[in-house]
Design a protein around this ligand. Structure first.
Ligand SMILES: *Cc1c(COP(=O)(O)O)cnc(C)c1O
Length: 231
């Protein structure tokens, strides 16, 4: 199994490097977040073993259960990429994750409050519903503009935006949506007069388009676990 995971991981890393180069971007300007929601702790450990030091989970309770079982390197980081209920924050924040999926003002305020309690500053991205699809999570562009201006910098560190292309979106349309997210980020940087360095966008099926549009983090699950039994 470990050989299969190593081969998958190296193939994905190589495709990321090729996409960076094709976009005229510096090598290693894109970080691979290994999405381990499909697999158990032992398979997750194998992915860490082949060199992946950034892992993403979409359920807080799975993140903290795995965290208790895994051995991780020094530079390891957890990424929370799915919906977070506010009653999960106390345990979640103990792992000092980057939260990609801030999808409501209520959640943002709860993160601020719990961060003050834990005496930490939590790194966050605002999740933008770029496809405008009502069934998708994420904030509207108007809400993003408002919340970006009203984050408490003493408790949250706003690093940028996260987005998913709409369901069943083909290459060209995904590329258009990713470009729109990048443009929104650029506009916000102007309005806030500070940098928002991170753009989390792109999954197994569309990370090439996302990197072309300026993604700095790609969240990849399926492509890493091809040929591996799912839990
Ligand atoms: C599952 C998931 C991914 C990974 O998707 P794949 O298509 O398996 O690479 C990325 N982002 C989020 C938010 C997810 O829930």
């Amino acid at each position: 199994m470990i050989d299969q995971i190593r081969a998958n991981y190296q193939a994905v890393v190589q495709k990321i490097r090729q996409a960076e180069s094709a976009a005229g971007r510096p090598s290693e300007s894109v970080r691979l977040i290994g999405v381990t929601k499909y697999v158990d702790a032992s398979t997750t450990q194998s992915l860490i073993g082949v060199g992946c030091a950034d892992l993403g989970e979409n359920r807080p309770q799975v993140l903290w259960q795995k965290a208790a079982e895994l051995t991780v390197p020094k530079d390891f980081r957890w990424h929370m990429i799915g919906h977070v209920q506010t009653n999960k924050l106390r345990r979640l924040l103990k792992h000092r994750p980057l939260i990609h999926s801030v999808d409501s003002e209520r959640l943002l305020r709860a993160i601020e409050e719990e961060s003050r309690h834990q005496n930490c500053v939590t790194d966050v991205l605002l999740e933008v519903n770029v496809s405008g699809d009502e069934n998708k999570t994420g904030l509207s562009v108007e809400e993003i503009r408002r919340l970006a201006k009203h984050c408490d910098p003493a408790s949250v560190n706003l690093l940028g935006l996260m987005a998913m292309a709409g369901w069943g979106t083909a290459g060209d349309e995904a590329a258009r949506q990713f470009a729109e997210v990048a443009r929104l980020r650029d506009e916000l940087e102007g309005e806030l007069d500070r940098r928002l360095p991170e753009l989390s966008m792109g999954m197994s099926g569309d990370f090439g388009e996302a990197i072309a549009a300026g993604a700095t983090m790609v969240r990849i699950g399926s492509a890493l676990f091809e040929g591996i039994p799912r839990s």
